[in-house]
Ligand binder design. Sequence first.
Ligand code: PFF
Length: 452
Amino acid sequence: MVIRNNHKKSRGLWNTRLGFILAASGSAVGLGNIWKFPYIVGQNGGGAFVLIYILCTIAVGLPIMLAEFTIGRKTCLNPVGAFQSLKPKSHWVKIGYMGVLAGFFILSFYAVVGGWTLAYVVKAFTHTMSNFSSPKEAGQFFGSFIGNTWEVLFYHALFMAICVGIVLRGIHGGIEKACKVLMPTLVIILIFLMFRALTLPGAMEGIEFYLKPDFSKIGPQTILIALGQAFFSLSLGMGCMLTYGSYLPEQENLTSATVYVVIFDTVIALLVGMVIFPAVFAMGLEPTEGPSLVFSVLPAVFVGMPFGNLVSIIFFTLLAIAAITSGISLLEVVVAYFIDQRKWDRKKAVLVTSVTIFAFGVPSGLSFGVLSEAKLFDMNFFDHVDNIASNYLLPLGGMLTAIFVGWVWGTKSAEEEIEKYETKFHWGHVWGFLIRYISPVAVFLVFCAKFV
Ligand code: PFF
């Protein structure tokens, strides 16, 4: 027990329960909620998609998040070390390696988009975006910005540098402290923006599109997209929540923490929709634009509204904050691996991994400029890395984690760990059923659908 406690302390611990919940929510709430969620809803029929997304989150996401927290707290290790300690020298350890690799891949392109958000904060501050007359113009502006090699690289590096600055300070002094300031700021900004958007004339049309389910647009493909989005948005399938769980002090209540984080992430995504759709409809624009919705439609939307420039600054600050609190969690997974398994000190681990991740991300950053012609199967480098990590590594990692906990390590052992510091886990049998049958089968079916 003493050795375990010393080991825990030397790796770092969350100082408070709130700090942990904010950090885990910070990881979950990110570009996935603010950049991806609205355009995916816009392209997949609005309200009906939202319902399916919520269902996937509850039936598949929530049980897997609890599983990850449990493995993390039980082993106090990074993903590779955790599977190694529960099933030494087995093939299951590969889930851990896959997770670390996914973290590496995701951060490499995530930091590029994170850089775009920082650039847009600066551009909004300097009034560079205050005279668009149409979304087309805003779109051209965005296109020429992401094609500008040096500007993109500069902001990409700046984003990585911010993450490095936080992660270098460790769990409590860096990640927890940053999230305790940034997450409440994010919520306040979001509420302000929602108020602004909902009071625009014509806002209700957007709300109707967003909340009225149109089931004619739903097919197998939609469920696939919803499930993939749930994994990405909840930071599941790559051991990120496992790693955050490994810094938990013993007495933490895991089930309630899981429920809080899932609710936080889902509510934020839903509220972001309440900002974007009313604003887009009020300005007479279309929400089906795709990935450029946030960067090229919204700036044009802001130009048309009272206090538009201020709203623009605030919106892109929101986006940047969300990206940073997720970026640090991605970096932490890779860093934790080198600290625990390779016995590097934190400084070396952070510096070496972040420089490598940045370098690997450079071709992603240039994928919309000098490397835009370099395509394989009609996708550029950025798209390939995103596709491999988000559509394959995360769901596969989530499915294998569910199988591992449900069938190999066993729900009984997991429940023992969960119940160690809390009163009876009343939902144990429901959770056991979801993690053994529903989560793996759902992900498996999604994979089959993808290949058929
Ligand atoms: N959940 C983050 C988002 O929604 O943007 C992205 C992410 C972070 C995915 C951390 C995976 C992860 F481990």
